[in-house]
Design a protein around this ligand. Structure first.
Ligand SMILES: Nc1ncnc2c1ncn2[C@@H]1O[C@H](COP(=O)(O)OP(=O)(O)OP(=O)(O)O)[C@@H](O)[C@H]1O
Length: 313
């Protein structure tokens, strides 16, 4: 079964969060399917942490709805949250506990039954490379190992989805590599969402990238589609819905750029320009811009997140 038809684990619709006059997240839609490792990429302040707090039920949205495995987070928070493991940006550290004591405490919080506690502890430690440090005090571990403990507490109750907020921030380059390897391993058994403002991090571990800028999703594509993918930028006087472009022949996906413009990613070896011209004529979309381009994810990221570039466009 392909990812596109796999079970939907998280569905968010119209998620919005205001802090006083600031709109941190605005009408954000997100679908996460089983088996994916999705990266939320965005500059500082884009709304990644706020989004993750809402997806994990740690922050109430001002508007919008989240369901986890079809369970409404608002109506049945406890049942919905049981399917989620969360590593917040500032992990709760209990330096005076040993790794085993801390993980046992977290397992209890998540309602892991006493009989399964031993197994849960052993497998979380094994998966996170902590098998040898169970009796060490958390406070005495290196930052990289403390982060492993943070990830272990997120998977101790074997959730369907693991949500990691900036999991490599503050680590040295070797620790960063180790944590990335660990996340890639986790992704074999879990579905993962992680946030980062570091592009290579997303490219190294994720199979889909969602770029967030100013609280909304501005790009949402498989990483494979962004590796020197050819894409087409087009603009219309009477723009269609992105989904209508996405359905055209030779098109893999379409994301709005604002002002009636879209970036349309082409399927491998396809050139969707003819189909776009034909559809624009048939549907009277008023085609005013159309050009193909080879772009790296970095170029896409810079274009979509830079206010100055967009304002100039
Ligand atoms: N508790 C709060 N009160 C007021 N404003 C907030 C609060 N939390 C976040 N914001 C604002 O909401 C916006 C989004 O913040 P958020 O932390 O979600 O972004 P982020 O993408 O995670 O960035 P970072 O990587 O810097 O954490 C920012 O403008 C931020 O200043």
């Amino acid at each position: 079964m392909g990812i596109r038809t796999a079970e939907v684990l998280i569905e968010a619709r119209g998620l919005t969060r205001r802090y006083g006059p600031t709109v941190a997240v605005k009408e954000l839609d997100l679908t996460l399917r089983k088996g994916e490792i999705v990266g939320l990429l965005g500059p500082n302040g884009a709304g990644k942490s706020t989004t993750m707090k809402m997806l994990t039920g740690n922050l109430a949205p001002s508007a919008g709805e989240v369901t986890i495995k079809g369970i409404s987070l608002r109506a049945e928070p406890k049942a919905a949250k049981s399917h989620i493991g969360y590593l917040p940006e500032q992990p709760p550290v209990y330096p005076e506990l040993t790794v085993d004591e801390y993980l046992r405490f977290c397992a209890n919080l998540h309602g892991v039954p006493g009989k399964q506690l031993g197994d849960a502890l052993t497998s979380a430690k094994r998966d996170c490379g902590l098998a040898d440090v169970g009796s060490r005090l958390v406070g005495n571990l290196s930052k990289g190992y403390q982060q492993r403990v943070g990830i272990a507490q997120a998977i101790i109750h074997r959730p369907s989805v693991v949500i990691l907020d900036e999991p490599t921030v503050g680590l040295d380059p070797i620790q960063i590599r180790e944590i990335r390897t660990l996340i890639a391993e986790l992704g074999k058994a879990h579905t993962v969402i992680l946030s980062s403002h570091i592009l290579p991090e997303i490219q190294a571990v994720c199979d889909r990238v969602m770029i967030i800028a100013r609280g909304t999703v501005v790009y949402n594509e498989p990483i494979s589609a962004t590796n020197n993918q050819s894409s087409v930028v087009c603009g219309f006087r009477r723009p269609p819905q992105a989904v209508h472009l996405a359905d055209l022949e030779g098109v893999d996906g379409a994301s709005p750029l604002g002002d009636g413009r879209f970036i349309v990613s082409a399927l491998k070896n396809a050139d969707p320009r003819d189909a776009i011209v034909a559809a624009a004529a048939t549907n009277d979309w008023g085609l005013i811009e159309l050009h193909a381009q080879q772009r790296t994810l970095e170029e896409i990221f810079v274009e979509l997140t830079s206010t100055d570039v967009r304002a100039a466009a």
